[in-house]
Structures are given as C-alpha cells and as structure tokens.
Design a protein around this ligand. Structure first.
Ligand code: AMP
Length: 373
C-alpha cells in the first residue's frame, strides 16, 4: 500500500493535524482534513473539507487517520470500510473505547491494568450507593465528551452529592451539554497521587512497537501547562508503563500513536485514560527525540518502518495558553523552540507551545514561565 499512498485524510484540523501534516510533508505525503470549525490551523498545510463535503474528502484521500478523539464513530467506520482506500488507523474499536470512560476502565481491568475503583451511575440513588461503596471524596465524571477537566465534579462531602447530580446527571439522558449521546456517569474513587505521567507509544502495521519515555505532566486550571521529558526518577516505573500500553496496543490491534495517562502512587502506576492519537504531552519529541510522535504516527499510517523514539536531550514543553507572549523575548533564550498554532487568542485556549532544550534547563524554563505568566 505504501507506494500508492500520496494523500493522508485526517479527521480533525486543529494543531495536532497541523503538526502531523508538517511531519507528513517532510516524508513526501500531503494531507487533507475533515473539520467543521473555521480558521482551522491545519488549513495552512492542506485543504479542509467540512462534514457535508465528506465525499470530496474521501475522493482526495488514499488512507485515513484522526487527530480528534471525539470524531463520530459512524464516520470513522464508514471510512475504515472503504475497500478501495488504505484503511483508517487507528482502528475504530480504539476510538470507541477512548470515547467512553467506563469502557476504557473496563478494558484496563480486563488487561490486568490497575485503575481507581469505579462504578457506573445512572441515577441519584446510584450515586448515593457509589458514595457509600467507594467512600468520599469521589470524582464524578461524564463518561463521554469531557476534556481538560470539563464534565467533572469532585464530591468531598455528602452534602455535595445533590449538586453533583444536578450538574452532571443530564448526561445520562443526553441533556448534559458535552455530547448528545446519553451515557451513564462514572464515579471514581479519589486517588492520592504524587504526580501525573504519560507514556506515548507507536505500533506499526507489522505489530512492531516503540515507546517514548515516561513524561511528567503539570496542569493549570485543568489544562496541561508543562511536560517534563523524560520524567525524573521514573526508571522504576518504565517497565510497568510499557507493559500497560503494550497490552492495550496489541489487544486493540492498534496502528499509530497511542497515549496512556497515569497517576503515580506509592503502589505503582494507576491508569487514568487513553488518547487514540498524538498528544500534547508528546510535543517535546519534535525537537527532543530522534523521531517525533508526529512523524512516527505518519510512518505507521502509511506503512513505513518506525523511527527512533530515543531522547536526544532532556526537554521541557510549556504550553502557550490564552495569549501569545513576545516572540523576541522568548527566542532571546538559546535552546528554545517556538511553535505558533495560528489560532486566535482566547482565555484557556492552547494557542502554541515552547520546547526548552538546553544545558541550563531549569533556569531557562523558569525564565520562559515568567514570560508566559
Ligand atoms: P481526567 O479528565 O480524567 O484526565 O481528569 C482531570 C484531572 O482530574 C486529572 O488530571 C487529575 O488531576 C484529576 N483526577 C481525575 N480523576 C481523579 C481521581 N479518580 N482521583 C483524583 N484525582 C483525579
């Protein structure tokens, strides 16, 4: 198939699509995108089709992938089944699992991957039962459609159970605001973790798997603000992380980049969620690894051998959130790489990132963080 692929059709047209296209172009492939939002960052790199132009998007593409995990499964399935095309990677079963926190955690447990204790909740009564069974505090989440901490309620006391149900209960009937698809809520036991980490791995069409190092993630107001790559003092966690993500990749017969987010606890790693796509916590790899997550994803999708995931130099990725900072001041520091997403400024929106890769890492990161604050 590799030789007949010229154009990759990507579901979604955000910054992830833009960076996938940057990697694809380097390897000789073009990308087109399926995206309804106006001013999609990826438009700078290829034609953007709206969902009502699906036929034209299909005609323009030789193989399909995605950069947006809430891509409608129905659309994904229809693309995957087109016999005259090269398929959809990752497979739609991965998309289905990743779109439903209950299915995701059930799969983790089926594969003997540790999770927090959890229960499905479909009524106020069931929420009260969950609070008794799991204990308080607990975290109530929509099982579909949540992102960046949205669709979540941390219940600390019995008095808050009613408010939590009032806020999220609508998701059970489809009136919850985040998606139109009715689905039970998930109640999760609250976990005391020391830090949050993620592992990104890529699986090729022949089943070959390569792993990026475990990285440490920091959030501000529920949004990823900083990734430290590799995570410090994490060697003892690497085997468990690789085993976990390796099991998921093989079970799903996955092709492409997959991300697994985990909590670090005294008793090891607890899996939180997967993203069936390239991930913000892997942006450091553009400069910090021999082959970036974006290039490796494209390689997997078109059937090329995977590239080297090893770290060139420790790096720290800082997201630019809300407003752009002065590029002159940022780039006055050496060992700093700026990525601008061509998005309008808006509070809480990821509009760019900076990767710091220098011997004076801590000092330079502190200086850049000051510029971003
Ligand atoms: P999530 O959308 O599942 O990634 O959750 C967003 C954030 O909430 C995570 O990054 C954690 O900081 C926190 N969180 C989520 N689930 C739990 C849990 N069960 N216990 C404690 N903190 C949690």
């Amino acid at each position: 198939m590799t030789n007949s692929i010229k154009t990759i059709g990507i579901l979604g047209g955000g910054q992830l699509g833009m960076m996938l296209a940057q990697a694809a172009l380097k390897l000789g492939y073009r990308c087109v995108f399926l995206e309804d939002a106006d001013n999609a960052p990826a438009a700078l790199y290829g034609q953007v089709f709206k969902y009502d132009e699906l036929d034209d998007f299909i005609a323009a593409s030789d193989v399909f992938t995605l950069e947006f995990e809430n891509t409608p499964v129905k659309t994904a399935k229809s693309l995957a089944s087109l016999e005259h095309k090269g398929g959809l990677f990752p497979p739609t079963n991965a998309l289905e699992v990743a779109q439903n926190r209950l299915a995701e955690k059930a799969l983790f447990n089926e594969l003997s991957i540790d999770t927090v204790p959890f229960m499905a909740v479909e009524s106020l009564d069931e929420l009260q039962t969950a609070a008794k069974t799991l204990g308080l505090p607990l975290v109530l989440k929509t099982s579909r459609g949540g992102y960046d901490g949205k669709g979540q309620f941390f219940i600390k006391t019995i008095d808050e159970i009613g408010a939590a149900w009032d806020e999220l209960g609508g998701a059970v009937t489809g009136d919850g605001g985040l998606t139109d698809t009715p689905a039970p809520l998930i109640a999760e036991g609250f976990i005391n973790f020391s830090r949050e980490v993620s592992i990104i791995a890529v699986r090729a069409q022949d089943g070959d798997i390569s792993y990026y190092p475990l990285v440490e993630n920091h959030h501000t107001n529920g949004i990823l603000s900083k990734t430290i790559a590799p995570a410090a003092d994490a060697d003892h966690l690497t085997e468990q992380a690789q085993s976990n993500i390796g099991k998921i990749l093989s079970h799903l017969d996955y092709v492409g980049v997959l991300t697994l987010e985990l909590f670090v606890t005294d008793s090891g790693l607890i899996a939180n969620e997967i993203a069936p796509r390239v991930h913000n916590s892997g942006h450091w790899s553009i400069e910090g690894a021999h082959c970036s997550q974006f290039e490796n994803h494209i390689r997997a999708v078109v059937g090329l051998p995977l590239g080297d995931t090893q770290v060139i130099k420790p790096s720290v990725m800082l997201n630019i959130i809300g407003t752009y900072s002065d590029a002159h001041l940022v780039l006055a520091h050496s060992g700093v790489h700026l990525h601008h997403y061509h998005k309008d400024e808006r509070a809480g929106r990821k509009i760019g990132h900076i990767t710091v890769m220098t011997d004076a890492l801590d000092q330079t990161v502190a200086n850049i963080e000051q510029l971003l604050s």
